[in-house]
Write a protein that binds this ligand. Structure first.
Ligand code: ADP
Ligand code: MG
Length: 327
């Protein structure tokens, strides 16, 4: 069965509801949104292209989840409350089954974070998904990349590197991204790649505590490098302090994981800085939202990211991480 563009849009629209902060949603030429007074609008956009951002065999529901997750992660890194989003679909064919499965993954995450789909675009073309996500933050309270200060601690949520290891296991033919794995450790790694958890609650809890924040999409070193550059400071990362992966060890891939964890992308964890005097409050706020957060280094005067090796010797790291146009 094949549907026209409007049939596809209708399959998506019927999953949306009525809200006070939406004067006009899907169906007109544009949406009319009602931001709250005293809030700044936070806007971000991200695109996922088939074969570039996810393997072609990825199930539609996982693609739907991830399309929104990468955008929610940017809102999280700003300390924003998610509110509205638009969705642009470029689809090779008008398959209602594919759209329904995509919508199932997309709305599972959207509903969990109370973000409303208010419009979009639907066209024929190579498989590509674009979301523009909007959120709100009290004026002046956003977490930015430019606030890190010498003496601040560097923290990271979760276990960066697990998504990268999953991708590497898929490339080696050891992980099937098209279906759940019977092996619990492999399944955990697959989910880190297919269904990343945007750290929205952590971002909200860090308002007033973190001096700078970034989400780890291109690799810890590269993304922390953005904080250093914008804040005009240096970062000393303690290699031994980076979170270990129980799943990687269970798969016998501890060495591979340790080699990847500072540079692999796709984790959508938060890397943030906070004054050392707020250490206990940061720990407390992260446990309140049930997010693991690990202290992994320090900010000092200077420039660039430096990583200590097994002997504890700090070495400057060249720009490493994922870049679409390098190499
Ligand atoms: P126009 O031609 O005026 O851009 P469209 O026919 O593209 O309008 O879209 C009709 C309505 O459906 C608009 O409100 C648009 O925002 C919405 N829409 C289109 N595609 C999507 C989509 N993939 N997800 C959500 N809303 C969509
Ligand atoms: Mg349109």
């Amino acid at each position: 069965m094949s549907l026209d563009e409007f049939g596809l849009i209708e399959r998506i629209r019927r999953r949306t509801g009525v809200r006070a902060d939406i004067a006009l949603g899907i169906g007109d030429d544009a949406a009319l949104l009602q931001p709250q007074p005293g809030q700044q609008l936070v806007v971000t956009a991200d695109t996922l292209n088939a074969g570039v951002h996810f393997p072609l065999q990825t199930p539609a529901a996982d693609i739907g989840w991830k399309t929104l997750a990468v955008n929610l992660s940017d809102l999280a890194a700003m300390g924003a409350t998610p509110r509205w989003c638009t969705l642009s679909l470029s689809l090779p064919e008008a398959s209602p089954e594919w759209v329904d499965a995509f919508a199932q993954g997309f709305f599972a995450l959207a509903d969990a974070h109370d973000i409303a789909l208010v419009g979009g675009d639907t066209t024929r073309g190579p498989l590509s998904l674009s979301v523009t996500a909007m959120g709100e933050v009290p004026t002046g309270a956003a977490l930015r990349r430019d606030g890190a200060q010498p003496g601040d601690d560097i923290w990271v949520t979760g276990v960066p590197g697990e998504a990268g290891l999953a991708l590497s296991l898929w490339q080696q033919g050891r992980l099937d991204v098209s279906q759940p794995s019977a092996d619990p450790a492999l399944e955990q790694l697959r989910l880190r790649l297919a269904r990343p958890t945007p750290r929205v609650e952590a971002g909200l809890a860090l308002r007033g505590l973190a001096s700078a924040a970034v989400d780890v999409s291109d690799g810890l070193l590269a993304d922390l490098g953005h904080i250093c550059k914008r804040s005009q400071v240096a970062a000393d990362l303690l290699g031994q302090a980076l979170p270990a992966s129980v799943a990687a060890t269970a798969c016998g891939d501890e060495v591979a994981f340790n080699a990847l964890r500072a540079t692999a992308g796709d984790d959508y964890e938060l890397c943030f800085t906070a004054p050392a005097a707020l250490r206990a409050q940061v720990s407390e706020s992260m446990s309140c939202v049930a997010v693991r957060a690990t202290r992994i280094g320090y900010i000092r005067a200077g420039s660039g990211v430096h990583l200590s090796n097994e002997e504890g010797v700090l070495q400057a790291v060249a720009k490493r991480g994922f870049n679409h146009f390098s190499g």
